[in-house]
Design a protein around this ligand. Sequence first.
Ligand SMILES: *Cc1c(COP(=O)(O)O)cnc(C)c1O
Length: 306
Amino acid sequence: MSVPPGTAYIDGDFVLMAEAKISVLDWGFLHSDATYDVVHVWKGRFFRLDAHIERFIASAARIHLSLPVSRAELVRILAECVVRSGHDDAYVEMILTRGVSPTFSRDPRDAVNQLICFAIPFGWILRPEERDKGLSVAISEIQRIPPESVDPRVKNYHWLDFVMGLYDAYGRGAGSVILQDASGNLTEGPGFNIFVVQAGTIATPHRGVLEGITRRSAIEIAEELGFRVERRPVPAEAARNADEIFATSTAGGIMPISLVDGIPVGSGGMGPVTRRLIDAYWEKHGHPGWSVAADALLSRRFPISD
Ligand SMILES: *Cc1c(COP(=O)(O)O)cnc(C)c1O
């Protein structure tokens, strides 16, 4: 099997990415019964690691999973994956699956929860050289799984709505997709949140979405720059009339959306608000309040107590 180069932590050991394998009986695989988080490392520094760890721990608690290691051990494991991988710019994922029930019982409480972490090369939804061009998205009729069914604040692998949405978008000549809720409001895309800029005001959907850490960063940076940011329902129509639209994700940061259903957004290219936010976002990556060196975390003694 050909996989990206990197290091994984699985069954308590560090292994090459190609050797990181789970049982086909893991509920994570059989039932998408898992939660996960993705943090990135840029120039050797984790970006907002604490926020990602907090969301991961909160997600696990919401779906009755328990982390087999302490928070401090988790940090140490993630740092070790990064340092062993040798990647300066890395995509770092932590996964907690329900695991395997030794008797194959139908009771999820019998399964032994399993932690898997890995570091592979940084992956972009939109590469920096394509930023000026922006993303082309379709707004699909396929509805996002409602928050009453699966809590989207728990980062999860229930992706068939997104994947079917992607095929819908490809069929319409777009490169990615945004799904709507039952009332025709925008939710999010496969792994990214959405912001709409109109008349200098920035709005982002307030519910039915994962509360992205990049979304939070974009809100904080926009407010620092003096913009007003509203968390509220954003009708699909608003996207069609917006001056600017951008997407946010750990896999690529803040990314302009330049085409919606084949129609240019605003004047077509990257808008001035999006550009300012992108510059400030990458500038924060060297800031000690927002980032920490992976090798500095590794040099802490292990195990350390919380
Ligand atoms: C991960 C993810 C996002 C983006 O969250 P970040 O923390 O910014 O990476 C948005 N929507 C969904 C469904 C996601 O899985």
